[in-house]
Design a protein around this ligand. Sequence first.
Ligand code: AMP
Ligand code: GLY
Length: 424
Amino acid sequence: MNILVIGQGGREHTLVWKIAQSPLVDKLYCAPGNAGIAQIAELIPMPDGFVELADWAETRNIDLTVVGPENPLAAGIVDIFRERGLKAFGPDKRAARLEGSKDFAKQLMVRNDIPTAAYQTFADADEAIDFIKTNNTSVFVKADGLAAGKGVIPGRTIAEATQAVKTILVDRAFGEAGNSVIVEEELIGEEASFTLLTDGSHCLPFVSSQDHKMSHDGDTGKNTGGMGAYSPAPVMTSELHDYVMERVVYPTVEGMAGIGCPFKGVLYVGLMITETGPKVLEFNCRFGDPETQVLLPRLKSDLVPLMLACVEGTLDKHTDVAWHTEAAACVVMASGGYPNPYRTGKTITGLVEASSFDGVTVFHAGTNQDGGNVVTAGGRVLGVTALTDDLKSAIDQAYRGVSAIHFDDAHWRTDIGHRALSRS
Ligand code: AMP
Ligand code: GLY
């Protein structure tokens, strides 16, 4: 098979790394990719539009296109490929609203009795602010649409929540993504994420994982795309797993099919484990980043037939999916300053040495090849990942990898996995 992966981050490097291990693959391409991906796949420039990309896929006899990030999914790339008879892994435009519109996701949850925070949606700032003043309780204010992970603002006081509404609805800090806001009660508990594949009716849950969203140690600083991750996540007990399947996953998949939007692809459920049980914080319509970096190294089975089964509606045939019992940890090395503005173009050294350590794989996120050097090209630069016997040694080994790597102003958290370790 010829396979095309779309995207350029750590998630996509991990996808390409896993797909490259499949005996089914003849030729692997990535658009646009990064310096790490270039070592295992042929990079192609991202054309201007999806139609041009579909043209290219047709001429190269691409058998499967795997879409990494949410933006092309929400913009309908799968629909365009499907109309051309090309197989593309991921939800179509209508199904991708589960991530692309928080109001759509909330309505689906309410209709299907899926546990989530109480909320109201507003397009008018004054109405939102009146609601905040009347309720006078700690909230989260969220832009309805896609805002690159930045559209969620805590509003723990009336002043903070009011400012958040103004930022989104009046200043339009996130453009059209902020045409409406969701004002949602604050949930207290430990976060957990739940990843599964679905073909629109059957579901294949993955092993558990957890990321660290805040930029600095002790979960302080700013919200980021994710500074590290680990798998398994001890917070997700088998009782919780069963509860989430029954109360969240099946009602979501059936609810989407019931309104004529069968969801096919990866469903990522962000949860808060509260005193009264797990509640949904968000849905994502793609693999988490950096959760993918710890999930796919633990998957023993070939990923390619599973993705094909999602497209073809035959996921129920795959009852023998196997996982490594070892644990995985990923430490993200970021450009100094991220998630605020940062500089790029810094030379990275130590990649080969880090990758020579037992169980260590260095996934590239924001990197470029510059002559003979690999240089930084993004906020999150590398995901240094280790797969070893248990979580403690995976974390230690990932940090051993980090200590071998250098680029100017590199920043990483030193406490990845702390919650999981403090449990055991
Ligand atoms: P989201 O993109 O909706 O998952 O929000 C990003 C982050 O904001 C989550 O990972 C949580 O840390 C936090 N968050 C969002 N909604 C809530 C809520 N209702 N209560 C507490 N924390 C929240
Ligand atoms: N790491 C969180 C996400 O991918 O949304």
